[in-house]
Design a protein around this ligand. Structure first.
Ligand SMILES: Cc1ncc(COP(=O)(O)O)c(C=O)c1O
Length: 380
């Protein structure tokens, strides 16, 4: 399978989670769009490109089960969440309820905007290992108060690589009259996503991770009742206060001249996944991950961060390790042993997180264990 990717064969690539790699057929499609653009930039950017963009958005809408008119492409989930948070217009004293397991850059985003308006970012402390979905849900709502206006939660967490019970949280949030914002950066192409069923108010996902498009292809879903509320993140030609129809699209999609070829590769990514029976491959990866997780945890003599099953684990698994110098460990694993794996510091803990993609084998993980034994983890 690795031959299908452009990855350096010398590298044991156990970090698909940070940046997914792009298979050759999808990358060729990307170059095809860039070539078309340069053949006639004016025609492509103003006439044909926007039509291809609509086509790509329709394909994405079908894949994640939502109306394509409720979607815009964004370069990444960070952009999408910044766009939403900036428009929320929270007041002094308002609270945003979240967990202590969120992506660090987005904690910064929330704190930046909430500091401006006098709002508060309330991170419910989640005890690890999580014992059950119910226990997680109880801990999550402990941070709730009558000042809570919004909930923000990852469907798959970054440092800890856990699938969270977002559906149950969204249902309860609706009962409490809260706005729901879900960070699904790791979700598309990784676990099944049905936005109609999940029914969040805002949802972002990356296509450049597990859907394997080139980098710079992500999306923001916004429920219709919130379209009017969103200000243009970048004010450009699409902005006109009198626009009512397709206001969300018009305000957000055109950000000035840029290469949007990555956005156009969604149909090629979906075709690739279909042609290679990717759903089955992803399921095989999840089985392999559970098997490997057992071996890694046993070697490290640590507990999994949640019950080791497919409710909590997909193709990502983080293990808590003792490390005095995480960045030195990461550097050593890469430079001396060519193992690409993140060593992440979060909440005063250090996690070694491995990803399993279709080209990974059990030997990759066994090699990781052998190297950890050789270097003696305690020394780092
Ligand atoms: C949970 C989560 N949210 C958001 C992001 C941000 O992704 P990007 O850098 O593509 O905006 C990441 C990146 O890994 C992530 O893990």
């Amino acid at each position: 399978m690795k031959d299908l990717f452009l990855l350096d064969p010398k590298i044991t690539y156990l970090n698909f989670g940070s940046f997914g790699a792009c298979p050759k057929p999808i990358f060729e499609d990307y170059i095809h769009w860039q070539y078309l653009l340069e053949k006639d930039p004016v025609q492509f950017i103003t006439e044909t490109g926007p039509k291809y963009l609509e086509n790509s958005k329709s394909a994405l809408g079908q894949f994640i089960h939502c109306d394509p008119n409720d979607l815009i492409f964004t370069p990444n989930p960070t952009y999408a969440i910044n766009l939403v948070v900036k428009s929320l217009k929270l007041n002094s004293g308002d609270e945003v309820l979240t967990t202590n397991l969120e992506y660090g850059a987005l904690d910064k985003t929330w704190n930046f905007y909430l500091n401006k308006c006098g709002g508060k970012y309330v991170q419910s402390l989640i005890t690890l290992p999580i014992q059950s979905k119910d226990e997680f849900i109880t801990e999550f709502w402990k941070g709730y108060s009558e000042k809570t206006k919004v909930i923000f939660i990852s469907q798959i967490t970054s440092a800890t690589g856990l699938i969270l019970p977002v559906k149950e949280i969204c249902i309860e949030a609706k009962k409490r009259g809260l706005i729901t914002i879900v960070d699904g950066a790791h979700v598309p192409g990784h676990i099944h996503l049905n936005l109609k069923e999940l029914d969040p108010d805002f949802y972002t996902g990356a296509c450049h991770k597990w859907m394997m498009t080139p980098k710079g292809c992500s999306f923001l879903y916004v429920k219709k009742e919130f379209h009017q509320m969103l200000e243009p993140f970048i004010v450009s030609w699409g902005y006109d206060e009198s626009i009512q129809e397709h206001r969300f699209q018009e305000f957000q999609q055109f950000n000035g001249t840029r290469d949007f070829s990555a956005y156009l590769t969604v149909p090629a990514a979906l075709k690739f996944m279909h042609d290679y029976n990717w759903e089955q491959k992803s399921d095989n990866c999840k089985n392999l991950l559970l098997e490997c997780a057992n071996e890694v945890m046993e070697y490290l003599n640590v507990e999994p961060l949640a019950p080791l099953n497919k409710d909590f684990f997909g193709q990502l698994c983080s293990c808590s390790i003792e490390s005095k110098n995480p960045s030195k460990l990461k550097k050593l694993l890469y430079e001396k042993y060519q193992i690409q794996i993140p060593v992440i510091e979060s909440n005063s803990k250090v996690y070694l997180r491995f990803s399993i993609q279709a080209f990974n084998t059990k030997e990759d993980v066994l090699r990781l264990i052998a190297v950890l034994k050789e270097i003696g983890l305690g020394n780092f």
